[in-house]
Ligand binder design. Structure first.
Ligand code: EPZ
Length: 417
C-alpha cells in the first residue's frame, strides 16, 4: 500500500475521529524505560513510527502487548542497550531513546539517527546538553556511543529551542542524581504531555508548559495507565482539507486547546468554527481567502508540521499568501510536486515562498518524499479536478493511521492501493 488514488472536487462532509498524537506518544513510549513495572499507554496511534519504536523497546528487553486502544509495556527486564540499528536508521524519533536509556542504563549505542529531506537534523544540541550532565560521547564501529559513569543533574541553557533535546534532557534528568534546571525548554504540547506522564509515574517536575523546567532525579517511578491526547497535526491537516474543499466536518476529539494559532488562521481564511469538549466543527468557505504572511514558529506559533498542508490549500486561495519556514532548512520540497498540479508558487527567499492562488489544481501523478509533504499531496488531490495518484505513501503512514480511511469517511473519493 504505497500509493493513494484520489478523485478530487468533493466537499468533505461528516465526522472523523482524530487519532492519538504521534509526537506525544513516541517520547512517552521511551519514558516507559524509566518505569519499574507496567505502563498502559491508551489511544496509541497505529502508525509505523510507533511500530518501529515498540520493536526497538522489545529489542532491548521490554515486553510489549497491544490491548484495546493501547499498548502495555513492561521495562523491568531491560537488558540490552544496543538497539537494532536497522530500525533506528531513518527514524528521528528513536533519538528520544537516547535520554531514556541514559537515564535507565547510563550507556547507549545508537546508529546516527537518520535525518530526512526536511533538513540535516543534526544532534549537536543533544550532545552539548547531555555532556553537561556527565555524558561522554564517542563513536564506536560507526555507531554513536554515549555513557555516563554518574549521570548528574545540571543547569542547562539552550541556545535554541528544540523539542527533541528538551525531551532527552527531561528523560535523562529523571534518571540522574540531583536536580536539572533547563532554560530555553521547548513548550510544545508533546513536551508537556511527557512531563505529565512522568509526574503521574512519580517524578517531580516543575515549570511544565514554560521554557524553564526543573526536574528532580532519582525518584522511583511506578507504572500507570495514561491516555495520549489526539494529534493536533492530524486534526490541523483535516481542518485545512475541509477549508480547501468547502466542506462541513466534525473532528471528534480534536485537541482544540493546542490549536489556537491554527484556528485563528482558519477563521482569517473564511472558515467558521465551533468547538466543544467533544471536538471541532468546521464549515469551510466557498473559496478560502488568502492567509497573508504566515511564519512557522515554535509553539504556540504556527506549527512547521502544518506548513506543507497550508501550502496546498493556499494554492487555491483567492489572493496571495507568503509562507516563511523558520524551523527546518529544507521543508519546501513539496513545492515542485504541487507545481505539477498547477500551483503557482515562487521562492522569494531561501526559506520563503509566494503562493498566488489559482482557480483550481489539476490531478497529476506526484511523489511524496517525507511525511507532511505526503499528507499535503493527498490533501491537494482532494482539491484538484480529476485523478491524482500519490506515490511514496509509506512516508504518510509514519504519522497518519489511515489518511485515506479518514478522508473516505468524510465523503472523499479516495483509495489506498
Ligand atoms: C520534533 O522534531 C518533531 N518530531 C517534529 O515533527 C517537529 O517538526 C519538530 O519537533 C518541531 O520543532 C517528533 O517529535 C518525533 P527540533 P525534532 O529538535 O525534535 C535543529 C513530524 O512531521 N536542531 O525541535 O527533531 C533542527 O535541525 C516531525 O511529525 C539542531 O540544529 O525537532 C531543526 O532545524 C517533523 N541540532 C530545529 O533545531 C540538534 O541537535 C528544531 O528541531 C537538534 C535540532
Amino acid at each position: 500500500m504505497d500509493l493513494i488514488d484520489v478523485w478530487g472536487g468533493v466537499a468533505l462532509q461528516g465526522k472523523a475521529r482524530i487519532q492519538g498524537s504521534k509526537n506525544a506518544v513516541l517520547p512517552i513510549l521511551a519514558a516507559t524505560l524509566l518505569v519499574r513495572g507496567t505502563s498502559f499507554i491508551r489511544n496509541c496511534p497505529k502508525i509505523s513510527d510507533v511500530y518501529a519504536m515498540l520493536s526497538l523497546l522489545e529489542n532491548i528487553g521490554c515486553t510489549v502487548r497491544w490491548q484495546d486502544d493501547g499498548v502495555l509495556i513492561n521495562a523491568t527486564s531491560v537488558c540490552r542497550d544496543v538497539m537494532d540499528t536497522e530500525a533506528v536508521t531513518g527514524m528521528r524519533s528513536s533519538l528520544c531513546l537516547l535520554g531514556a536509556l541514559l537515564g535507565r542504563c547510563g550507556e547507549v549505542f545508537l546508529e546516527y539517527p537518520g535525518g530526512c529531506v526536511i533538513g540535516k537534523r543534526p544532534i549537536d544540541l543533544h550532545i552539548r546538553a547531555l555532556e553537561q550532565m556527565g555524558v561522554v560521547f564517542d563513536e564506536r564501529d560507526g555507531k554513536l556511543h554515549a555513557a555516563a559513569s554518574r549521570l548528574q543533574g545540571a543547569d542547562i541553557c539552550m541556545q535554541r529551542s528544540s523539542v527533541g533535546v528538551t525531551e532527552n534532557v527531561i528523560l535523562a534528568a529523571v534518571g540522574a542524581e540531583g536536580i536539572t534546571r533547563l532554560k530555553g525548554a521547548a513548550r510544545e504540547p508533546e513536551v508537556q504531555a511527557l512531563c505529565e506522564f512522568l509526574q503521574l509515574c512519580g517524578a517531580r517536575i516543575e515549570g511544565i508548559g514554560t521554557d524553564e523546567l526543573i526536574v528532580w532525579g532519582g525518584d522511583c517511578l511506578h507504572g500507570i495507565e495514561y491516555r495520549v491526547k489526539a494529534d493536533r497535526i492530524v486534526a490541523g491537516t483535516y481542518l485545512f482539507a475541509t477549508m480547501g474543499t468547502g466542506g462541513t466536518v466534525f473532528l471528534e476529539d480534536a485537541p482544540v486547546d493546542e490549536m489556537e494559532t491554527v484556528l485563528r488562521l482558519a477563521e482569517r481564511m473564511g472558515g467558521q468554527m465551533e468547538f466543544t469538549e467533544a471536538g471541532l466543527y468546521i464549515q469551510g468557505p466557498e473559496r478560502p481567502a488568502s492567509a497573508g504572511l504566515i511564519e512557522t514558529e515554535c509553539y504556540p506559533g504556527f506549527p512547521t508540521d502544518l506548513q506543507s498542508v497550508l501550502l496546498a490549500v493556499a494554492s487555491i486561495c483567492g489572493g496571495e499568501t507568503r509562507i516563511r519556514e523558520t524551523i527546518f532548512e529544507n521543508r519546501f520540497r513539496v513545492v515542485k510536486e504541487l507545481r505539477r498540479m498547477g500551483a503557482d508558487i515562487t521562492f522569494t527567499g531561501e526559506n520563503e515562498v509566494l503562493v498566488k492562488g489559482v482557480s483550481g489544481l489539476k490531478g497529476a501523478v506526484v511523489t511524496a518524499e517525507e511525511l507532511r509533504g505526503g499528507a499535503a499531496l493527498v490533501t491537494a488531490g482532494l482539491l484538484a479536478g480529476g485523478h491524482t495518484r500519490v506515490l511514496g505513501c509509506s512516508y504518510v503512514y509514519r504519522g497518519y493511521e489511515s489518511i485515506s480511511r479518514d478522508y473516505k469517511e468524510l465523503g472523499a473519493r479516495i483509495i489506498s492501493v
